[in-house]
Design a protein around this ligand. Structure first.
Ligand code: CP3
Length: 343
């Protein structure tokens, strides 16, 4: 079985499998070359041969243990008919969803058709991994968790404190609950289609889970994740899932009870402390600071070695604690891989 899948199955594979969040992206010249040839980011995500190409680029360069489908968490709201634009230097811009009518306007019936190019990407990547000789590389599919996707839909983009979405959860609980239900059901269909197309493991990105109070975290992060995991495991027995409740701290323990097989740990958390709260056979993924990877040299070594030392002997997937940043020198990634592979 593939190294990453064995790890998600509860085995302490060593040296640990390694991949990096946002491993396909602007720090790679070959990505920038493909990106320069398309109209915008959404066009890249919906052009299967190009999305498959950029998914495979970091695998060819580094031989990571996992390829992650090249797409974005905001492609699901896009598929539901909500607007989405990526503005140069500004990040995503969406219409601000603030009332019942906007929730009612979302159209789950159109999702399957609109995500079909993304499913074709999954098929092309699975085939490409085999024909290019990456037989031990696991293809990870993903979605944004309902709360994190709702953050961008309600705010209309990124935000410092996500005050609008938190306010809506308190002051319009019914409307917000309906939005969460629509996103939860759509996530199940979207992730299930990825498995049918060839994804071998799934990751649920809950990047803003940590902005919620404990009670709302349980309601809007833990409960939907539990529904998503149960539905996917019922349809695809044995499909492993990684949950990433970013900034959730000690609440990661509650997230682990959703039935996921692995928990992603963010940069600011003590990975040994989080691991100690989880069942011993549950995989832990993380959590190098992306800025240590930019710095390289002794800073990179001093941040990497303690993570490896703390995780030795338990199921562990080496990763960053958040996505790679564009200013990362590509040769620092090679240096990191050497360290991780030396165990
Ligand atoms: O390599 C991979 O990890 C796979 C592809 C992937 C992307 N985004 C590509 C991308 C994945 C898994 C994501 C997840 C994602 N997208 C998250 C969750 C993880 C996290 O970072 O917290 C979130 C919150 C988003 C939303 C998003 N997409 C933002 C806020 C931005 C703008 C910021 C930026 O880096 O530009 C994006 C754009 C985006 N998604 C890019 C890439 C490669 C850059 C766009 C470009 O190339 O012009």
């Amino acid at each position: 079985m593939k190294r990453l899948l064995r790890t998600l199955g509860g085995e302490a594979v060593w040296p640990p499998p390694v991949w990096l969040m946002r491993q396909a992206g602007r720090y790679l010249p070959e990505y920038r070359a493909v990106r320069a040839g398309v109209k915008d980011f959404v066009a890249l995500c919906t052009t299967p041969h190009l999305a498959a190409e950029v998914t495979l680029q970091p695998i060819r360069r580094y031989g990571f243990d996992a390829a992650i489908l090249f797409s974005d968490i905001l492609m699901l709201p896009w598929a539901l008919g909500h607007g989405l634009e990526f503005k140069e230097g500004e990040g995503p811009v969406l219409p601000k969803l603030r009332d019942a009518a906007a929730v009612a306007a979302l159209d789950p019936a159109r999702v399957a058709d609109r995500v079909e190019p993304i499913m074709e990407t999954v098929r092309l990547v699975r085939a490409g991994l085999l024909t290019e000789g990456f037989g031990d590389t696991t293809l990870i599919g993903f979605a944004g968790a309902p709360f994190t996707v709702a953050c961008y839909m309600v705010e209309g983009g990124g935000s410092k404190d996500f005050a609008a979405v938190r306010g809506m959860a308190y002051s319009q609980p019914e409307v917000f609950g309906r939005l969460m239900d629509v996103l939860t059901d759509a996530s199940v269909e979207y992730l299930s289609a990825q498995v049918t197309a060839g994804a071998e493991a799934l990751m649920l990105f809950d990047s803003w889970a940590g902005v919620l109070s404990p009670a709302l975290f349980r309601k809007h992060c833990v409960a939907p994740a539990k529904r998503i995991v149960a539905a996917l495991k019922a349809r695809h027995p044995g499909i492993p899932l990684i949950g990433f409740p970013r900034l959730a701290g000690v609440m990661s323990r509650d997230y682990a009870a959703t039935g996921v097989d692995g928990i992603g740990v963010d940069t600011g958390s003590d990975i040994a402390a989080i691991a100690a709260m989880l069942p011993p056979r549950m995989a832990v993924q993380g959590n190098l600071d992306p800025l240590a990877l930019v710095a390289g040299g002794s800073a990179l070594r001093d941040e990497t070695m303690p993570i490896l030392d703390a995780m030795r002997g338990r199921p562990f997937i080496f990763n960053l604690g958040h996505g790679i940043v564009p200013q990362t020198p590509p040769d620092h990634v090679s240096a990191l891989l050497e360290m991780v592979r030396a165990g």
